[in-house]
Design a protein around this ligand. Sequence first.
Ligand code: SAM
Ligand code: SF4
Length: 321
Amino acid sequence: MLMDSYHRVVDYLRISVTERCNFRCQYCMPEKPFSWVPKENLLTFEELFLFVKVAIDEGIKKIRITGGEPLLREDLDKFIKMIYDYAPDIDLAMTTNAFLLKSTAQKLKDAGLKRLNVSIDTLKPEVALAIAGKDVLANVLEGVEEARAVGLKVKVNMVPMKNMNADEIIDVLEYCKERNMSIRFIEYMENRFAAKEISGLKSDELLAILRERYEFIDEGFDGSSPSHYYKMKDGYRFGIIEPYGDDFCKQCNRIRLTAEGQLIPCLYFDEALSIGKAIKEGNIAGAVEVLREVVKNKPEKNRWGGEDGEVSSRAFYETGG
Ligand code: SAM
Ligand code: SF4
């Protein structure tokens, strides 16, 4: 079992398989980065899988594939199958922008993927164009329908932003509710890469909008999920991810691996150690040592909303959000 120095059990690994993306979301990667990580620095799926086995043996029970856009990486289904075949009971999920999902959903399902989180910030094509930098909405919605049709469980992520998509909070929630998909609103997290003019809605502003339309009760946090849950009268639940909130990090159970092999203990902080060298040399004991060290060094709390006004210096497309 992996436990950090604040007695939190770490059993969730998020793997960013690429930092590249086919979208240019205003809050994440509005401009193409000056340079991408060279392909030769990326860990191959065989190398990533070596580490995944180590991590599962050490106590990881949930794995999420993310990015950048994970579906840009060729043969992703083969990587998913490797993990599934090694540990069929692992909670194996992926976060995607869904642009390429229509043609890949069946393969992913067949490979052993169980769940998907899809980012849907708007249902208006022109707003999707403004947020993602290209006309993406039709493909995204078709991708979602295909994923549901092949039997993948889909949850939706939305980042509500002022003067952008705040007027669609109810519409996106209704779109999800009609399809029995849960939705999580993510408070925009400031970072040095996002477009300067982005201003996210905080959870109290979001709740005020939702209260005008619905009655719901506060259900608090549920296990180690980062979402604060609310339940409507008809039983439908929605979540809000509040990284600026005091309780956000209390139950944190996750670490993150980048496509280059950096193992990151917290989304906010820069401290990371590389498992790349150990894995490339087949040094399993070395990889275990790095993993344990990173877990031990997990900070107690992020610094979003801190008094010094500092914002995260790492890009979300690198860490996988
Ligand atoms: N490309 C995939 C996608 O967009 O779903 C996966 C990677 S993306 C970095 C993972 C999640 O991070 C998405 O739901 C996205 O909305 C969220 N995200 C990215 N930048 C963010 C920011 N600055 N604040 C809050 N959420 C952010
Ligand atoms: Fe790409 Fe996802 Fe970042 Fe948007 S949020 S730019 S889709 S990685």
